[in-house]
Design a protein around this ligand. Structure first.
Ligand SMILES: *Cc1c(COP(=O)(O)O)cnc(C)c1O
Length: 567
């Protein structure tokens, strides 16, 4: 019996494998690594993404140049000795399958399967379908999702996991929604009534939605679907999944899944408002502690809290670690980051200056440029307290001109700004760079538009490295935030009603600047032991909780296990 078959369009396993673009893939990888630690009977299914996600370069004007980041699949994966035939409307696509083994801390294995359509028997177009993560046009994406969903189920059967042998199919975001459609097709043959077939599918299907904004959900025109989806499957699509002439993949999964989960408590509320007919269970995200704790902090925790590796809830005992050890370890991690920056940038960063980190996928709702709104004003406000350094990193989707423009804007600000605040933008944000950043800065910053951040996980990575968080109260932060203890909140002035009102945006800038000038910098420069206390609280309260061990336990108790009794 297989406990969980976990489907995800992207799975981040190591930074040498360019099979992911950002948070969704990192969450998938961290989850599966935790399954392996638990010795849970699970596996992951994804596409090969042979040409990887784009690699970011930025030219001197701040223009993002995206390049293919090809990775060496043979170095990491083993090709399996069989193929699968994924049904399309007028043809089938032959796919090879590659395997990667995650080895857990007790040596237990969770295999990850990568579906590969680059088979010489396919036509040229079909051969490219598993090449580019989030590449190509809408039709390309539709074909990819068909390979992931239908191909994934066929793969499971090849592995002798037919539906009776799989307890849970867990869909990480709507890209794998065709799993539900295909399972229903099978259930129809097993049960006499529609209701019984739906109950059967519902008793096995879990859907995690990550997107609090309707426009972010994948939609496909019926005319496109009719070109590729086998007719029998097309006919099973419920009316409720269509919005006018488009299929909404989120609605398709909502329809078939027995349990729907959101990725933070705040996100549950937003999702239920968007889909009032559905009950959403919040399972707040986490990060895998063995992935995101810097080696220097690992060593420190090993010395004082040896239990933390097996059970990261023991990080509460960070409170027992002497302050000077925490600070010395932090400074070492910070020095590594600052040395890295000074080696590649003309900007001279200093270990002695309070350093803010901001890194994420670039998109307008995350408001990466918020802190740069009025640098002269920020300098004026902090002039009597101490200096500030800001580090940015992040990629814009290559097709997203508006978001690339945000990167350009940061570059222009950096160029123009001649004041005391040092700012740098680091290229090619990936797992490696993320790991350096979340351990090397002093404060982790997040400034999304409220109600738009589903969870956010980089602040959790920072907490594992005893780094406090300064953020808008959105995503996971309302759950981890204790003002002045684990970090700080800012800005709740922009709401749905004031979205286009510049004055309310300005109020959030004022909030942010005031927090920095009256709380963050004074604590950092004038009360170092208070700052270290806050660092310890970040790890002890938030590192011990916002990890994937706690999250997977939540999935087991609130989602996978109750699913057995559904409906
Ligand atoms: C953790 C991580 C993310 C997600 O961070 P958010 O806070 O959710 O934006 C994105 N990209 C990389 C490379 C990461 O490591």
């Amino acid at each position: 019996m297989l406990d969980v078959a976990y489907f995800s369009m992207e799975i981040a396993l190591s930074s040498g494998m360019s099979t992911y673009s950002g948070g969704l893939g990192v969450l998938a990888g961290d989850t599966l690594k935790t399954f392996a630690d638990f010795g849970y009977s699970a596996l992951g299914i994804t596409l090969l993404n042979e040409q990887g996600y784009v690699e970011q370069e930025i030219d001197s004007t701040g223009r993002q140049i995206s390049q293919i980041e090809k990775w060496d699949k043979e170095k990491y994966l083993t090709k399996l000795p069989f193929k699968i035939e994924v049904p399309f409307k007028d043809r089938s696509i032959t796919c090879a399958v590659w395997k990667y083994d995650i080895v857990g801390q007790s040596k237990e294995i969770v295999p990850i399967y990568f579906i590969d359509s680059n088979d010489p028997t396919n036509n040229e177009y079909d051969r490219t379908l598993t090449s580019y993560l989030y590449g190509g046009d809408v039709q390309y994406r539709l074909c990819q999702e068909q390979i992931l969903g239908l191909g994934g189920l066929l793969l499971l059967e090849k592995l002798k996991y037919n539906p009776e042998k799989v307890r849970v199919y867990h869909l990480n975001e709507g890209h794998a929604s065709f799993v539900g459609l295909s399972l229903y097709e099978q259930a129809k043959k097993m049960f006499p009534t529609h209701k019984k077939a739906m109950d059967y599918v519902g008793s096995k299907l879990v859907f995690t939605t990550h997107t609090p904004v309707e426009a972010g959900h994948d939609r496909f025109l019926i005319t496109n679907l009719e070109k590729v989806l086998p007719t029998s499957l097309f006919e099973n699509i419920p009316k409720a999944a269509f919005i006018e002439d488009k299929l909404c993949m989120t609605r398709l999964s909502l329809h078939f899944s027995g349990i729907v989960t959101g990725v933070a408590k705040a996100h549950e509320k937003v999702t239920e408002k968007m889909f009032p007919k559905y009950d959403v269970i919040p399972v707040t995200n986490g990060v895998y502690h063995m992935e995101w704790t810097n080696p220097l902090f690992r060593k420190l925790y090993d010395e004082y809290i040896p239990e933390w590796r097996e059970d990261p809830s023991f990080l509460r005992k960070v409170m027992n670690i002497p302050d000077d050890k925490i600070w010395a370890t932090h400074l070492e991690a910070k020095k590594e980051l600052i040395d890295y920056i000074n080696a590649i940038s003309p900007n001279k960063f200093s270990v002695d200056v309070c350093t803010l980190g901001y890194a994420r996928r670039f998109t307008s709702y995350k408001r990466p440029t918020l802190i740069l709104a009025d640098l002269d004003e920020l300098e004026r406000k902090i002039s009597t307290v101490g200096r500030l350094q800001i580090i940015f990193a992040g990629e814009a989707h290559p097709h997203d001109k508006k978001s690339s423009e945000l990167i350009r804007k940061i570059f222009q600000k950096i160029k123009k700004h001649k004041g005391k605040i040092s700012i740098v933008f680091l290229e090619d944000y990936d797992m490696d760079l993320a790991a350096k950043l979340v351990a090397g800065v002093d404060v982790w910053l997040n400034t999304p538009l409220q109600k738009h951040e589903a969870s956010g996980t980089s602040g959790m990575k920072a907490a594992l490295n005893a780094i406090p968080h300064l953020s808008v109260l959105d995503g996971w932060w309302p759950e981890g935030w204790i003002e002045g203890v684990t970090g700080w909140s800012m800005g709740t002035h922009v709401t749905e009603a004031t979205l286009n009102n510049q004055a309310s945006w300005n109020l959030e800038v004022v909030d942010l600047y005031d927090k920095l000038a009256t709380k963050v910098l004074p604590l950092y420069y004038q009360n170092r032991s208070g700052f270290v206390e806050m660092m310890k609280h970040s790890a002890a309260l938030n590192g011990s909780y916002f990890n994937t061990h706690r999250m997977v336990n939540d999935y087991i108790s609130k989602v996978y296990f109750p699913l057995e009794n559904k409906p």
